[in-house]
Design a protein around this ligand. Structure first.
Ligand code: G4P
Length: 194
């Protein structure tokens, strides 16, 4: 997606060979025009999948997920990383280990919002090792629902997540695919003309 690549080129900060900082438009301040276009693009890419729910994980997945859900005309759900006081029972849970943060989170979704037969589109901001997306897919499958697709804003293609997800047979669409962050430069897999 050209607009996202352009934004990454202009405002992305390469922290090191593995981490791209996008705080000015995705992870802290958010660009609503970009998020709207991202929602339209995911809705277009998954239009034939009869999506009934869009699922993400707090916090940075929420903005693109809700814009996608708005376009598709379906509800959006976010998995919680901490149990809420009012959501105590009847939860689907999965363990998600973050290689980046070196911590495990138990992620949860209320059984009220995911049902057998739902066609679920999973959305997240980054795909690194794939643990978050795989944990979300586990929750969908626990509910007896279908993982109809996985939509990612920024795939770091040099890390193992994308291959892991494709090898499990999921339909993965990434809007920007980063080939390398070496020498403080962002190199994309499919270079668009600047
Ligand atoms: P994985 O799910 O693909 O295995 O990723 P990993 O554990 O490595 O990522 C853990 C957190 O770090 C996630 O955010 C993920 O979005 C973020 N992350 C991974 N790589 C990058 C990167 O290159 N740049 C930035 N900015 N973030 C990255 P999170 O902890 O869930 O945070 P948030 O959603 O609350 O923002």
């Amino acid at each position: 997606m050209e607009l996202l690549q352009e934004k990454i080129r202009q405002e992305g900060i390469v922290l090191n060979d593995n981490v791209l900082k996008v705080d000015s438009f995705i992870n802290h301040q958010m660009d609503p025009v970009l998020m709207k276009e991202i929602g339209e693009e995911f809705a277009r890419l998954f239009q034939s999948k009869n999506i009934t729910k869009v699922l993400t994980i707090e916090s940075s997945g929420i903005a693109p997920a809700i814009m996608t859900a708005l376009e598709l005309g379906v509800p959006s759900i976010f998995a919680r990383k901490r149990k809420s006081l009012t959501l105590t029972n009847d939860l689907y849970t999965a363990e998600v280990y973050s290689f980046t943060k070196k911590e495990t989170n138990e992620i949860t979704v209320s059984k009220k919002y995911l049902h057998e037969g739902d066609n679920v589109l999973i959305i997240d901001d980054f795909l690194a090792n794939g643990q978050a997306a795989i944990g979300l897919a586990e929750i969908v499958e626990l509910a007896g629902a279908n993982v109809s697709g996985i939509g990612i804003l920024i795939e770091k293609s040099f890390q193992p997540g994308a291959d892991k997800i494709r090898s499990k047979g999921y339909h993965l669409e990434s809007l920007a695919r980063v080939k390398s962050l070496q020498e403080k430069k962002v190199e994309f897999l499919e270079e668009q003309t600047v």
